[in-house]
Design a protein around this ligand. Structure first.
Ligand code: 13P
Ligand code: ZN
Length: 265
């Protein structure tokens, strides 16, 4: 196997995978992660023509850049022990229409179309967000089975208003993508669209997608959403119908911290 050295990023994969596994959020091979590398930070040669794999849609904002991506079937509990064998390095061609494997794990996550589509949108709209994390927390998947919890606004309003700081961390709420085939381009494209406005997107009946400057940063936001969902399920289990913090109070908190402009009521 060709070796590569991105120690800082490998540490981020390793510690995030460890915590995903410890929390029971990425069962078996569930979930995947990627980090985008700037062209100037990669000393990679140009992709050889023979190594070009055509992308289903062009990713012009990724032209010449590279992505570290977990391998398909890799387990968080193993990445959490030693990341390197489980991460592959892929380079996008200068025309943004092809990609190729460069080093490391050779069998990319089946969600590669989603990771590439989202990195392309992030590079355009939120370039500081270099990391993408996908995982399957039970408390978040369970939300998709509550009648009426089938859109971004309802879930954001009902869940992020159960804890006083949740909306402060996620003022724009969470995005939502209805059920799509795992690994499909549709799932990727709809997620890319939703992630322009949100840092988290719930994949109906599937799991969560989070972005951040690092994987640890994406994990922080996931934790905040998961905590609020946990409060929801605790109340429901106790037979209490959750009464949320009022909209006026939420706006007051957001105003105090200068984040009201990111809130869409
Ligand atoms: P991979 O092991 O191919 O990354 O798939 C896991 C998954 O969660 C797909 O959504
Ligand atoms: Zn998944």
């Amino acid at each position: 196997m060709t070796k590569f050295s991105y120690a800082e990023q490998l540490d981020d994969f390793k510690s995030t995978a460890y915590w995903l596994s410890k929390r029971g959020w990425s069962e078996a091979a569930g979930g995947n992660m990627s980090i985008r590398l700037d062209a100037q930070n990669t000393t990679l040669a140009k992709l050889h023509e023979d190594d070009h794999i055509k992308l289903p849609v062009a990713v012009p904002y990724l032209a010449g850049k590279a992505v570290l991506l977990t391998g398909s079937g890799t387990r968080a509990r193993e990445i959490g022990m030693n990341a390197e064998p489980h991460i592959g390095l892929y380079k996008i061609s200068d025309d943004g229409r092809h990609y190729g494997w460069i080093a490391g794990n050779h069998n990319p996550s089946m969600e590669l179309p989603a990771h590439f589509a989202i990195h392309n949108a992030l590079e355009q709209h939120r370039p500081e967000d270099k990391a993408i994390l996908h995982t399957h927390p039970a408390s978040l998947i369970a939300l998709c089975h509550v009648p009426g919890f089938d859109n971004s606004k309802t879930i954001s309003d009902k869940i992020l208003s159960l804890q006083s700081e949740a909306r402060l961390i996620l003022p724009e709420g969470i995005g939502f993508v209805e059920h799509e085939l795992p690994g499909s381009l549709e799932l990727g494209l709809k997620s890319a669209e939703a992630l322009v406005r949100h840092h988290l997107v719930l994949w109906q009946y599937h799991g969560l997608l989070a972005t951040g400057e690092t994987l640890a940063g994406a994990f922080d936001k996931l934790e905040v959403f998961e905590k609020s969902a946990g409060v929801y399920w605790k109340l429901r289990a106790a037979g209490i119908d959750p009464v949320d913090i009022g909209k006026a109070e939420i706006k007051e908190v957001l105003t105090a911290f200068g984040r009201l402009d990111r809130y869409s009521s």
